[in-house]
Ligand binder design. Sequence first.
Ligand SMILES: *Cc1c(COP(=O)(O)O)cnc(C)c1O
Length: 662
Amino acid sequence: MQPTQSTPSTANDSWTAADSASLYRLSSWSRGHFQAGAKGNLLVSPSGDDRPPLDLQHLLGEVQRRGVQTPILFRFDGILRASLKHLVDAFDRAREEFGFTAPYRPIYPIKVNQERLVVETLLECGRSAGLGLEVGSKAELLAALSLIGEEETLLVCNGYKDRDTLEMAMLSADLGARPIIVVERAAELPLLLDCARRLGRRPHIGLRVRLTGCGAGRWKHSAGDRSKFGLTSAETVTVLRQLEAAGYLDCLELLHFHIGSQITQIRSIKNALAEATRTLLDLRRMGAPIRYFDVGGGLGIDYDGTRTDGDSSRNYSTQEYANDVVYHVLEACRAAGQEEPIILSESGRALTAHHSVLVTEVVGTSSSAPRLSPCLPTAGEEAVIESLADTCERIGTISLQESYHDLVALRDRAGHMFELGQLTLIERARADEFYWHGCHHIRRRLAEEGSTPDELVDLEHNLADIYYLNLSFFQSIPDAWAIDQAFPIMPVTRLNERPSVQTILADLTCDSDGMVKHFVQQGTRRSLALHRPRTIEPYHVAFFLVGAYQEILGDLHNLFGDTNIVHVDQDQAGRPRLASILPEESVGTVLSYVEFDQRSLLARLRSRAEESISMGRLSPEDSADLLRRGKRILRGSTYFQHSPSESPTPSTKPSHEHTTGL
Ligand SMILES: *Cc1c(COP(=O)(O)O)cnc(C)c1O
């Protein structure tokens, strides 16, 4: 038996914003940046200081007054700065506690979010901490080079590197970077040395080692014997000897490992550190003057707020992570009487996940519950319908489980009879009405009883309403679809009102996979409690922790493009400042990605129209109207737009439509 989260719609009961905060586990994933305001609106504290928080619904209103429509991705620059501070402070505390005197420097791996404004903000606020960048491709290298400032910026170059990449990386030293070229495969070394000789440079070289102790979590295959990158111990020794023979051993400055992203267990990190610090000591003993110890990425985010080693969580804190890194390095160096290296970490997810919030509205709902109780059977109606009505009648007088079994069996029988031509479509619809009516009745009873037999837990999920949202999951939160990652999702308003509807969420794509089915919620995670939208106002829902990987992995499935993006900062008085508003991709833009040129598309519409005019199917005036529409759509949003006369949230149509998955 387990408690249910069923919330019968008892309006005006004593539900408070604090109840919403606990239902959506707000305090366990928000890092203090998001709160449920007592008046029911969601509040955002970008900087985490004592400036008054921003009201997300008001902010949305401000943006909409400027003509910017949902879906909107808000980027809170203050949260980006606070995330960097959170990481750097943790390492500073650890260094102080253990007496580690060498510096720690954060490296931002730009693949996590390459948006220029994000990288610029991090570089700017990371200056005092000596923030560097990590790049994994030619394009990322150029992007990084265009952003580095006057002070020497560490530039860690990973990935497959051709001659152009290697030479550009080496020459970037002339622009003020400190490029470190990481050898990830033994075969890379000859080309690297050749470039160095040709350019007459002494490059800064790093080695990425492949650790044999496997990671844990979804990316555990990033480490271990068969991982994609990294040198085995035999290769490490060979590369070191080759560097020595070529006279470049003094260029070997960095040791790097990366055991995968979203490491869920601290144990994996401890194992990796034990192995990597041993390698550090021995490489130095062999004459490599290694100054930088780069622990890679992997610092996890507690997306679902459970603090477990589940895939969407982590069983450790940022402080524990920093403590472990600093402690292991310090102990190893002390025991061996070696100098402390500068510690680098390439934590990308941890720096960016919190700062982006996607807001959109519900555009429609669909419920399996019949609007009204079905009319009682009349004399002469089919026996199976009478039995279903009878079973509904007896709910509560016998065990709920037994009633449920009866309903399922009778509905099956009705289905067979329909196939055999013994029931008409109308009769079958009647049977279904009773079935759904009965199931919803059972669910209400279960909620009142407060406990649910295991068999009926699925009922909650199967009876959930579908809420259709104005967005594409493929474009905006691809990991929810691709790897079933949970993201916190909450209403933006009405948090002081009991959310009485269990829902699953669907997007605008026509793909049946465009649904979110894993939620961050107290109790059941297979459906999400939301409010019934009112017809008079839009019902806004926010997706949190979407700042890492989601934007760049997002795709154009069904040709839904980038959403509007708004950078929000706060002035000293706490007022919001809309630092920049980046317009969404128009229909014309996304069409051009698949080789539909706007002008020739319109020209083709025009010639089709001319043919129709000559065949007398279309008047010249109507052809003008048609082309005007075409042009307007090309310029406009790829997302659902409410026409001025429409109410923002179409009310639920009386629907006997059945939820998918049944
Ligand atoms: C992807 C990647 C990172 C970032 O990992 P996070 O888990 O986002 O911190 C860091 N370093 C390398 C080499 C990577 O490939």
